[in-house]
Ligand binder design. Structure first.
Ligand code: NAD
Ligand code: 6OD
Length: 491
């Protein structure tokens, strides 16, 4: 059986406590994961602190950037290993992991190396009475050891999205991947070792949240900052832990995202876009559209087309090329999503398509598969319209005016993302900026330029990462102010 160990201070560390890593496509145990205890997390933090005090914390920008490029190259060299591990842990289709997850794992390092090399330092001149002035300039320094805690839905993408900028800024990292998806994180530690990253700069600890590695990281006095992606409720628990040490936090949390489809849209593109936005990765993307609002004149036709496309999704073995949708991540998560399918019907929803568990008659019946599902007929206040389900499901409802669509889309405690589908340039530029979200897409979805701010409003997050926003979170900025006296000869 494959063993996933901890990587601490440049060494592989075993643990007597182990838990199984399960392939969600058939429920088989595929690896044993070594759960880090408190002493291991202490050792990881200590080695990180020593690395930041040592050569890594003082390494010139060019040296850190070169290291990030080497990491990206090595991920690409081991592309097939990463692909294999990501598919085994998540059950996501090969077509998705090979075009999104693994390429982004490498791209995150390359992009932040580029950004670091070209990042400007601020400087301001303040004029003073009598001809003197003050020259201000900002220097960027590492924060120290950053705790990185990541979820299971896009394991390599979301882990590297935080590790890359943290390392770019000269920090050390103690990373904890989700207990559901330890595979690609362990390969990433192998990559760090292979490229010669100094011991202690990247540490990997496996485990769970409460009373396990997650909590040991967030409550550790030696952790300088916490960056977290996951559920809003978990974010709230981590925030309480971080409050004790007044630690900087960056949170990317849940979503209950709206997609607004206007009658003047390109109909086929909007249908394809919403199928992708609702069902990609089995609906397990924080940006997925769970609330679809469609302008009344095209409502019936749109729902029919969306349902037809949802039924065409191929729930096949993840490694087969024709597969377009995989299973959910775990038995527990399937129980949760199925409970929402039932609740929706108790709340008065009509089932347009799906709602159940498919039967295959092969080993997939041991996995955590579920049907892509479309609901209609719920009032906006229903629980299924307000709570994140995080499965292959969307609710479709009609609207009559632009103002109504904007108000209903914005009526959510969450505020991560929105998509607007329209053929009118004016409407696009009126509606998209009016969305109370961190990310508003027009005639597209999950289209990413990694230099742009990424994050959520409301309970969808705190702060923004991406480009210079990441550099600012992962750096201590010191402003130097120099008073310069006037000299008459030069005046
Ligand atoms: P989760 O919150 O259950 O777990 C995320 C990570 O936090 C895991 O590594 C887990 O072990 C750890 N954890 C749990 N409790 C903890 C605690 N008390 N202290 C420290 N660590 C703890 O989330 P999940 O189920 O893995 O992921 C799905 C959720 O993530 C969804 O809500 C989704 O919307 C959200 N998400 C958000 C974004 C975004 O960018 N906004 C991206 C991906 C996923
Ligand atoms: O693309 C990204 O950088 C990012 N953070 C995506 C998050 C997706 C949520 O599931």
């Amino acid at each position: 059986m494959r063993q996933y160990r901890n990587y601490i201070a440049g060494e592989w560390v075993e643990s007597a406590r182990r838990f199984p890593d399960i392939d969600p496509a058939d429920g088989r145990t595929i690896a044993e994961v070594h759960e880090a205890d408190r002493a291991m997390v202490d050792a990881a933090v200590e080695s990180g602190r020593a690395a930041v005090r040592g050569a890594w914390g003082r390494a010139p920008v060019a040296e850190r950037a070169a290291m990030l490029y080497r990491i990206a190259d090595e991920i690409e060299r081991r592309f097939d290993d990463f692909l294999d591990a990501e598919i085994a842990d998540t059950g996501k289709p090969r077509a998705l992991a090979s075009t999104l997850d693994i390429p982004r794992g490498a791209a995150n390092f390359r992009v932040f190396a580029d950004i670091l090399k070209t990042a400007p330092l601020e400087s301001f001149q303040l004029d003073l009475p009598g001809g003197a002035h003050a020259l201000n300039y900002t220097v960027r320094k590492p924060l120290g050891v950053v705790g990185v805690i990541s979820p299971w839905n896009l394991p390599l993408l979301l882990l590297t999205w935080k590790v890359a900028p943290a390392l770019a800024c000269g920090n050390a990292v103690v990373a904890k991947p989700s207990e559901e998806t330890p595979g690609t994180a362990t390969l990433l530690a192998e990559v760090m070792h292979a490229v010669g990253l100094p011991p202690g700069v990247f540490n990997l600890v496996h485990g769970f949240g409460p009373d396990s590695a997650g909590e040991f990281i967030t409550t550790h006095p030696g952790i300088a900052a916490i960056t977290f992606t996951g559920e809003s409720r978990t974010g709230s628990a981590i925030m309480r832990a971080a409050a004790e040490g007044v630690k900087p936090i960056s949170f990317e949390l849940g979503g209950k995202n709206a997609g607004i489809v206007f009658a003047d849209c390109d109909f086929d593109k909007a249908v394809d876009g919403l199928v992708r936005a609702s069902f990609l990765n089995t609906g397990q993307v924080c940006l997925c559209s769970e609330r679809v609002l469609v302008e009344r004149p095209i409502y019936e036709r749109f729902v029919d087309a969306l349902a037809r496309k949802a039924r065409e999704l191929v729930l096949g073995w993840p490694r087969e090329l024709g597969t377009s949708m995989g299973p959910l991540i775990s038995a527990e998560h399937r129980r949760k999503v199925l409970a929402y399918y039932r609740l929706a019907q108790q709340e008065g929803a009509t089932l347009v398509t799906g709602g159940g568990v498919p039967a295959f008659g092969d080993a997939r019946d041991g996995g955590f598969w579920i049907e892509p599902t479309i609901l209609a007929g719920l009032p906006d206040g229903a629980r299924c319209m307000r709570e994140e389900i995080f499965g292959p499901v969307c609710h479709v409802s009609p609207f009559d005016t632009e103002a109504e669509a904007v108000a209903r889309a914005n009526d959510s405690d969450y505020g991560l993302a929105a998509t607007v589908w329209t053929g009118s340039v004016d409407r696009a530029h009126r509606v998209a900026p009016a969305m109370r979200v961190g990310l508003a897409w027009v005639n597209s979805w999950f289209l990413r330029d990694l230099r742009t701010p990424f994050g959520g409003a409301g309970i969808s997050g705190i702060g923004r990462e991406g480009g210079a926003h990441s550099l600012n979170f992962y750096s201590e900025l010191t402003n130097v102010c120099v008073r310069i006296e006037a000299q008459e000869a030069l005046a």
